[in-house]
Write a protein that binds this ligand. Structure first.
Ligand code: HEM
Ligand SMILES: [Cu+2]
Length: 567
């Protein structure tokens, strides 16, 4: 259910992105052209001189959604406002309704109990409640969009969010939507923490847990600790708007920078809520599809907890431009700490691949893609974390490119990887590997075309969040837009592959890839109580050297390095 809801929101958010990119095909500018009459004949005045008029070009969105008010026809402001709304819509949907719930809610709910050998999560009813809350929150947000949307950016920064649209309820609706979604997040987190503590199968100690579980456990801690902060902040924002109490608005005696602190105290940890589950998925896919024990299990597990801890200390790096010198320097230094556990993981994944027998299945292809894209994203975080360079790059397309490489290249790519890894288990059907790989390559090409160009735009000085730009940026913007269409094509291919699999796919065996974690011991799809007998853990989750995977038929993807007598 979560999966369907999340995928739906993903396509909605994607549509908004395509709209944004299409607007940016052409800079908005006014040109002077000769006026024409109703028949299309050029108009001339009494002296035979052409009659000229000014016209605005490049406002694609305004052409798609013409204003209801005739007076606003052809107004630059109207077009720009539409643009602001489109990117806010895109950002808010992707962050709050797609990335945050994607892996935890849709894959986590399904696989945490399976991987622990449990029947279900600790509180199944609470889980259902989180789903209803998620849908309610999304409905609030969608209502706000239907009423015209908001133009504050996904961060709802004050004063945009306290002063724009004074007579509309859109901002309040959208913010309440995000507030409600927060509860869904907290409840899911709580549920997972209790599940991990209480429902591990007999024989499974903490260090026998699959790394996906470690990652989800760390994520849940952040969710439970940080989400209340944003909840209260958003509530204060609503109070401020509705009852004119001065909290963030200076004209009422409030402080707008206070909002930034509150917001980023939550939202920086939340970028790790987005990325830690992705790390977990990668830590499953790489050992299974290269049939090799994960390198440095404990290091990877503790790195997850390390990331969760450090994530609470670095929020100030989003505010270098609005904070004092000492604070900024301290935050800059703390920011570099995050790189350490992250780098540990990347090195361990690469060390796992080394001399493994790698099967280039779709999940593996995506996992490799993740390593490449996420490394670019992480490395470009460093010039942003360094004070001196950030003051140049702040609020430019460089930041846009950075966070798309980490969030999309990191989380979305991994979500798709996980979906392909566990699809046979979830739906009991195989999919067409060839076409899925074609989709993967299309996504890869489209992604880099769309976002790599933005690093150049950013260093050259193109600021983010503008509908228009000077001509020198035109070529790069066109490439970026073309890339976004290629990206869309790639995701459509995946959609068709999945639909085809559901309708006509071959029946999936219990263990198509030869995994050792417990979910592969259940049937595909698992029965109502997941397992027929309570599973007992007798081997580590990645002991490929010493254990033959259960239910494993090596017909499809033979294991070259298994001992000859293993079958
Ligand atoms: C080594 C790791 C990382 C470092 C050093 C880093 C550093 C930074 C810095 C300093 C900024 C602020 C730039 C500015 O506004 O001028 C930033 C922005 C951002 N980062 Fe990262 N980052 C890292 C990894 C990540 C990860 C893993 C994610 C998410 C999965 C992420 C998501 C974001 C987002 C969403 C923004 C932009 C927020 C906005 O203003 O809309 N970053 N990063
Ligand atoms: Cu941050």
């Amino acid at each position: 259910m979560y999966l369907v809801a999340v995928l739906f929101m993903f396509f909605l958010g994607g549509l908004a992105a395509i709209a944004v990119r299409t607007e940016l095909l052409d800079p908005v500018r006014t040109i002077t052209v000769q006026a024409v009459d109703a028949q299309g004949k050029p108009l001339v005045d009494a002296d035979g001189k052409p009659v000229m008029k000014t016209e605005i070009v490049g406002q694609t969105l305004a052409r798609w959604l013409p204003p209801k008010d005739e007076n606003k026809l052809g107004s630059v402001d109207y077009g720009n406002q539409l643009y602001n709304r489109a990117f806010t819509l895109h950002g808010a949907i992707m962050v709050f309704m797609v990335i945050i719930p994607s892996i935890p809610a849709s894959l986590g709910n399904f696989f945490i109990p399976l991987m622990l050998g449990a029947k279900d999560v600790a509180f199944p009813r609470l889980n259902l409640l989180s789903w209803y809350i998620y849908v309610t929150g999304s409905i609030f947000a969608v209502c706000s969009i239907i009423l015209g949307g908001v133009d504050t950016g996904w961060t709802f920064y004050t004063p945009y969010s306290t002063t724009t649209d004074p007579d509309h309820a859109n901002v309040v609706l959208m913010v309440l939507g995000a507030f409600i979604l927060g509860f869904s997040s907290i409840l899911t987190g709580l549920n997972f923490i209790v599940t991990v503590h209480k429902l591990r199968a007999p024989g499974m100690g903490w260090f026998d847990m699959p790394l996906f579980i470690w990652a989800m456990y760390s994520t849940s801690i952040i969710q439970v600790l940080a989400t209340p902060v944003i909840g209260i902040t958003l509530l204060l924002l609503c109070f401020e708007r509705m009852f004119r109490i001065g909290i963030f608005d200076p004209s009422l005696g409030g402080d707008p920078v206070l909002y930034q602190h509150f917001f980023w105290f939550y939202s920086h940890p939340v970028v790790y809520v987005m990325i830690l589950p992705a790390f977990g998925v990668i830590s499953e896919i790489i050992p299974v599809h290269s049939h090799k024990k994960i390198f440095g299990y404990r290091a990877v597990a503790f790195a997850s907890l390390g990331v969760a801890l450090v994530s609470f200390l670095v929020w100030g790096h989003h505010m270098f431009a609005s904070s004092g010198e000492l604070g900024a320097t301290v935050f800059s230094a703390l920011t570099f700490l995050v790189a350490i556990p992250t780098a540990v993981k990347v090195f361990n994944w690469i060390a796992t691949l080394y001399k493994g027998s790698i099967a280039l299945t779709t999940p593996m292809l995506y996992a490799l893609m993740f390593l490449f894209l996420f490394s670019i994203g992480g490395l470009t975080g460093l010039p942003l974390g360094a004070l001196a360079t950030d003051l140049h790059l702040h609020d430019s397309y460089f930041v846009v490119a950075h966070f798309h490489y980490v969030m999309m290249g990191g989380t979305i790519i991994t979500f798709v990887a996980g979906l392909h890894h566990w699809w046979p288990k979830m739906f009991g059907k195989m999919y067409n590997q060839f076409w899925a790989n074609v989709g993967a390559w299309t996504v890869f090409v489209g992604f880099n075309l769309t976002f790599f160009t933005q690093f150049f735009l950013g260093t050259q000085g193109m600021p983010r969040r503008y509908a228009s730009y000077v001509d020198e940026y035109h070529t790069l913007h066109v490439w970026s837009t073309v890339g976004s269409y290629v990206l869309l094509l790639g995701f459509l291919i995946h959609l068709f592959v999945f639909i085809h699999s559901l309708v006509a796919g071959r029946k999936a065996p219990a263990n198509p890839w030869g995994g050792l974690t417990l979910e592969w011991e259940a049937a595909s799809p698992p029965s109502e109580h997941n397992f027929d007998h309570e599973p007992i853990v007798t081997h580590g989750p990645y002991d490929f050297e010493t254990t033959v995977p259960p239910h494993w038929s090596s017909k499809d993807y033979p294991l070259p390095n298994l001992p000859a007598n293993a079958h």
